[in-house]
Design a protein around this ligand. Structure first.
Ligand SMILES: Cc1cc2nc3c(=O)[nH]c(=O)nc-3n(C[C@H](O)[C@H](O)[C@H](O)COP(=O)(O)O)c2cc1C
Length: 350
């Protein structure tokens, strides 16, 4: 069972933590458009001089989000992790903490944190035991199936369970895979079996309410976490709720239009200005999102390619208007699934 404060959904949905994406402003946008049952902050790197930062606190303490926010930590030093947890205890609003055991970015795992810890179950045990010892609230871990391969998969899961976590999230890829290939949810199914009564949240390539339904049916997971597809389709949590909680028929599920997407683009812009108020960064920030949005709009790749080539904000918005609202497009539905022939971005983020 998930903790009560995660709400009463039969199949809770989580917005995945995404560095430089899931700040409080993006969380607010997603909350307004579809609201997941649970948010997770981008990771807070724990090192000797780290503190709970304003960017994390603003999400953790925000009262407009209407769903709880889990604080995610990444690190390997038990002393400093305990110190951050002591800081977190000063805020009663912070009720859940997660340990990142999956980040594949070389600059991160070379420091023996994130995904690198999957090579060392003993180290995982000592970090998570220290966390369990000093944190009375909800504790979880977000992991991948292994570092290089799956040889330690069961050992890692059992180690994490033995530390007394309240739930586990599994991104069904190895660290070495980065974001390549497809998440293999046969591991999710095995993890569900191994976890027993401890809830397992499935993550990786859940791209629509339909694909969420497939993953739930195939794995028996207790919750679903969605990352990149929420950038493309922030209504995905609403759609999933309509299907799972309200039992709507496919044809009755809310379908956003390209006009809705154009309004979402404006929202990203105003959010980004609040987040890093430097207009010169805006085209880059917007392109980060448009990389995902474009593959939900059309399959020729023209939108994707022309937005990537755009040199200015004006040009970018002109391109958005062309593909989203001109010639009566605004009332067309967005695609349920991303175009398979197009690649949103290089495969090494996060
Ligand atoms: C831009 C980006 C940043 C990410 N940052 C984090 C992070 O801070 N912590 C984390 O646990 N995972 C992070 N991830 C991984 C996601 O949480 C998620 O596990 C992964 O994207 C697979 O889910 P998806 O297929 O629904 O996107 C990041 C992923 C992306 C694309």
């Amino acid at each position: 069972m998930f903790p009560d404060f995660f709400g009463s959904a039969r199949m809770p949905t989580f917005l995945a933590p995404m560095q430089d994406v899931t700040d409080v402003n993006f969380m607010r946008t997603v909350s307004n458009l579809g609201r997941p049952d649970v948010f997770v902050t981008e990771y807070l790197r724990v090192h000797p001089s780290s503190r709970l930062e304003k960017s994390h606190l603003s999400a953790l303490l925000d009262t407009d989000l209407r769903s709880p926010v889990v604080l995610q930590l990444i690190g390997e030093d038990e002393f400093h992790i305990r110190r951050i947890l002591d800081d977190a205890k000063k805020y009663p609003q912070i009720r859940a903490v997660d340990l990142n055991l999956g980040c594949p970015a070389p600059k991160v795992y070379r420091k023996n944190v994130g995904g690198a810890l999957l090579k060392d179950p003993k180290k995982i045990a000592s970090i998570l035991s220290a966390m369990r010892d000093s944190w009375q609230g909800t504790l979880s871990a977000k992991l991948r199936i292994g570092f290089q391969d799956d040889s330690l998969f069961e050992t890692i899961l059992k180690t994490v369970l033995d530390c007394g976590v309240d739930f586990i999230t599994l991104h069904a890829r190895t660290v070495r895979q980065l974001y390549r290939g497809k998440a293999d949810h046969s591991y999710t199914r095995r993890a569900v079996e191994i976890c027993g009564r401890v809830p397992l949240v499935a993550n990786g390539d859940i791209t629509s309410w339909q694909s969420a339904e497939n993953v739930v049916e195939a794995t028996g997971c207790a919750g679903i976490m969605i990352g990149r597809s929420a950038m493309r389709n922030p209504w995905i949590f609403k759609q999933t709720r309509e299907r799972f909680e309200e039992g709507k028929k496919p044809e009755d599920i809310f379908t956003p239009t390209l006009g809705d997407v154009r309004i979402y683009v404006d929202e990203i812009m105003s959010n980004s200005l609040r987040y890093k108020p430097k207009p010169k960064n805006l085209p880059g920030r917007l392109k980060k999102f448009l990389n995902f949005i474009a593959v939900g709009v059309e399959t020729s790749g023209e939108f994707l390619m022309s937005m990537r080539r755009a040199q200015s904000l004006d040009e970018l918005l002109h391109i958005c208007d062309k593909y989203l609202v001109s010639d009566g497009r605004s009332s067309l539905p967005i695609r349920l699934e991303p175009a398979e022939n197009l690649c949103s971005r290089p495969n090494h983020e996060g």
